[in-house]
Every structure is written in structure tokens, then in C-alpha cells.
Design a protein around this ligand. Structure first.
Ligand SMILES: [Zn+2]
Length: 443
């Protein structure tokens, strides 16, 4: 048994959201108790005691949309005559070329780097959306290896697309099916499958019907980009549908608990259809701004009672950064300083954990008794009082991933005092860089 004490607990439960001089008792991977430090020390005298010296102790962050495979794009020369000028060109000149070039080693080190960086930024559960059209079969096993090494929790899927032809999309569908079957056999609490779909505009009706059949047969939800750019809507209309959501609904893709990513260009009626199907919409503000595709109207979307989560879309692994940008984007886009705020709290701390619970069948993202001990310690010295009413605003204005001091998953310490414990960090980064250099030559 271990006690992490003398901290300020942000429990994210409604009963006692902030506990000063607080402590958490961890036993066999589970939070067995929490409360005032002196009480816990008295109650569990045989425990090992760790003094966090007034730092914040809170649940690990959850990232509901990520692309591990984007790692090697950082600082890469696109080797094109003209830089991409719009969303379609970003896909064609960067991502669709990058994913075709990835080999098995690239996939492994891209994932491992992103996972370690997530540990360093305090994220403990991640939903990844993978593509590697030059290396499809077993690619999700390679990512599994990296996930197992990192000791984080991850949901994995392969983005099915017809953009490289129907043979490739069939292979991608097979990879999802193979991984769903393998996950069942592995029965690993830390790994769950989904069925990935790139986006409606790169998938034919027949492929979508095959995907729906797989989703039905294996009782697995789907994970897809939707209306990120206007091109996605226009494509569905060209195919004779009223809009993209009608297309996905008619072809049975909107399975309960599926993750619809972006939704920048959806009408009120379409948001209603997603809601009626119990599909989650995942917002990725940094990526949306980077690709200059527009912004969702978050207030309006939440008013439709649609559940919206928050992800990073490969743009960053720092959920603290992402929530800050989410807040700014809403204010900036609507010229209204009174939006964002607590709506962002709902995305990142209520909806993301509900999604994680649906997929991992565990209470994640909360400090309460008998839940997995996925915790982070933040080195934050507040200039002002922290209260149960204002703690989210300390996170919003005061936190970033670089302040994460300790990351714990299922009771196991993955990083302590900013030292990554699970592998030789420096050596891994060196290997990753060498691999990236080799990849850039092939790109
Ligand atoms: Zn994405």
C-alpha cells in the first residue's frame, strides 16, 4: 500500500472536488481510499508514504482522438514545389504520402514516442486512429507492442479508406477485424478495439456497408472523421445524399458509442441525428485551427444534448494545451468572451471519461474509492486561493503538460520527478530520431 499525501486533490467527483492537504491510498492498482492526509496516515499506518509537497494530485487526462503515426511529421520537409493551400492539399501533400511511406519500425517508434510524450504530459488513456497504407497487416499489433511497453491505456483502430484503391481498403477492413479478434483473445484491460474509417469522402458505399456488417457482427463501434472540411459534405451530396450524416446513418455506420471526429460543418439536423444514435462528437480545436477548416459552435452543439469530447488529433499530446485552445477558439470565433469556460470542463472532464468508461468498462478520470489508480501529480504553485468553484480555472489558466511531475497508471509509477521510469528515455529518443531521419529520406 502507498499513500501519496500532503497534496491538493482535484478529485473531479462532485461530492468533494477539492481536498486541501489531501491524500490518496493506492493498493494493488486501485484507489482504496482518499481524504485528508493525517486521517489516511492514521488509518493506514503500514503504508509507504510519499509526500508530494503541496502539489496537485488529480486523475490522469483522457485523449479521445489521436494519431500516433503523425510523430515524424514534426519539422519534416514536404519536398513539394508549392506548400499546401487548403485542407485537401494538406491531406494529399502530407498525410496520405506520409502514411504510405511508414514501415514497421516507423510505426513502432512513432507510436512509442507519442505514448512517452503523453506520459510526460499527464495523459493516461488515448484513443488512436491509425493509418499506414504501405504497411497494413499487423500494423495494430506493432502499435500494441508500443502501448504495452508504455503501460498506458489505448483504444486502437485502422482508418479504412478507398483512397488507395479497393484492395487496400479490404486489407484495412481485415486489419480491424483481425485486431478485434486478437483483443478478445488478449483480454488485456489496457487495450480495446474500434473500427476506424478515414472519412466519408474517401470511402465508397460498398465499403461502408462492409464496415457496418463488421461493426454489427463484432458489436464494435466506429471511429471516423466527419465534416472536417467542406469537401466531406459536398462529396456526400454529389453521391445523391442530403448530407454526410444522412449517408452514414443510411449505411449503418452510426453505431452506438461511435466516435465522430470534428463535425465542423454539420447542420443542426445532423447534430440531432448523431445525438439520436448516441454517437459522441470529438472536438480537436488545435488541429481545426492549424488546418484552417473552421470552428464548431460548441454552445449550440451542447444545447442539442450531443455529448462532445476533446481530442488532440495528433497535433499535440498535451491535453492541458488543447483545453486552453478549445476555450480560446470559442471566444475568438464568436467574438464573445462569455463562451467556453465551463463548457470546456464538460468536454474534457465529464464527457471524455464517460467515453473511456464505455470502452474500458472501468471508472477512469475520477478520484473515488475502488477505481483504477490512474493519477498525475502537477507541480503548480497557485498565486491565488483554490476553491471547489474555481479549480477548473486554475487548470485552464495555470497548467500545462510540462508541469506534470508524476504519472501513475493502475498504481504503477510511469514517471516520477519528471523521470520516465518504464524505459531508457534518452536511448529511446535517440532511436526514434534515427528512425525519423531514415523515414524522411524515404518520404
Ligand atoms: Zn484525426
Amino acid at each position: 500500500m502507498k499513500i501519496y499525501g500532503n497534496g491538493i486533490l482535484f478529485t473531479l467527483n462532485s461530492k468533494d472536488p477539492v481536498i486541501k492537504n489531501g491524500a490518496v491510498l493506492i493498493d494493488q492498482g486501485i484507489i482504496k481510499d482518499y481524504g485528508k492526509t493525517n486521517l489516511l496516515k492514521q488509518r493506514y499506518q503500514e503504508s509507504d508514504y510519499f509526500n508530494v509537497k503541496d502539489k496537485i494530485i488529480m486523475p490522469g487526462m483522457i485523449n479521445t482522438h489521436m494519431h500516433f503515426y503523425s510523430t515524424f511529421a514534426r519539422g519534416m520537409n514536404l519536398k513539394t514545389d508549392s506548400p499546401p493551400e487548403n485542407f485537401s492539399e494538406i491531406l494529399e501533400k502530407l498525410w496520405w504520402r506520409l502514411d504510405q511511406t511508414l514501415n514497421s519500425e516507423d510505426i513502432y517508434y512513432s507510436a512509442l514516442y507519442a505514448l512517452i510524450e503523453s506520459i510526460r504530459n499527464g495523459t493516461t488513456t488515448i484513443f488512436d486512429h491509425h493509418a499506414s497504407y504501405g504497411y497494413i497487416e499487423n500494423s495494430l499489433d506493432i502499435i500494441t507492442e508500443a502501448v504495452v511497453k508504455s503501460k498506458l491505456r489505448a483504444n486502437l483502430s485502422f482508418e479504412i479508406s478507398d483512397r488507395h484503391g479497393s484492395l487496400k481498403s479490404e486489407e484495412a477492413l481485415k486489419e480491424n477485424r483481425r485486431f478485434i479478434e486478437r483483443s478478445e483473445k488478449l483480454n488485456n484491460d489496457f487495450l480495446t478495439p474500434n473500427i476506424g474509417i478515414h472519412a466519408s469522402f474517401t470511402v465508397e458505399d460498398k465499403t461502408l456497408l462492409d464496415i457496418a456488417e463488421l461493426a454489427e457482427a463484432t458489436d464494435t463501434p466506429t471511429h471516423f472523421h466527419i465534416a472536417e472540411g467542406k469537401i466531406d459534405q459536398k462529396d456526400s451530396q454529389k453521391r445523391g445524399y442530403k448530407n454526410i450524416t444522412e449517408r452514414l446513418n443510411k449505411l449503418n455506420i452510426l453505431k452506438e458509442n461511435s466516435l465522430a471526429i470534428h463535425g465542423v460543418h454539420l447542420s443542426a439536423d445532423e447534430l440531432q441525428i448523431l445525438k439520436e444514435n448516441n454517437v459522441y462528437l470529438i472536438h480537436n480545436p488545435e488541429s481545426n485551427m492549424g488546418n484552417a477548416v473552421g470552428a464548431i459552435d460548441l454552445k449550440n452543439t451542447l444545447n442539442k444534448n450531443l455529448k462532445v469530447g476533446l481530442g488532440t488529433d495528433g497535433y499535440t499530446t498535451d491535453m492541458f494545451n488543447e483545453l486552453k485552445v478549445a476555450d480560446l477558439l470559442q471566444k475568438h470565433d464568436s467574438s464573445n468572451p462569455n463562451v467556453g469556460g465551463l463548457d470546456i470542463k464538460k468536454l474534457v472532464f465529464e464527457n471524455n471519461r464517460e467515453i473511456a468508461q464505455k470502452y474500458f468498462k472501468k471508472r477512469l478520470g475520477i478520484i473515488k474509492k475502488d477505481v483504477p489508480a490512474d493519477l498525475i501529480v502537477i507541480d503548480y504553485k497557485s498565486p491565488t486561493p483554490i476553491t471547489k468553484e474555481n479549480y477548473f480555472f486554475h487548470i485552464l489558466f495555470g497548467f500545462n503538460g510540462g508541469m506534470v511531475d508524476t504519472t501513475i497508471v493502475n498504481g504503477q509509477v510511469l514517471m516520477e520527478n519528471r523521470e520516465v521510469e518504464i524505459l531508457d528515455y534518452e536511448k529511446t529518443i535517440r532511436k526514434c530520431k534515427r528512425q525519423a531521419e531514415d523515414f524522411w529520406k524515404r518520404f
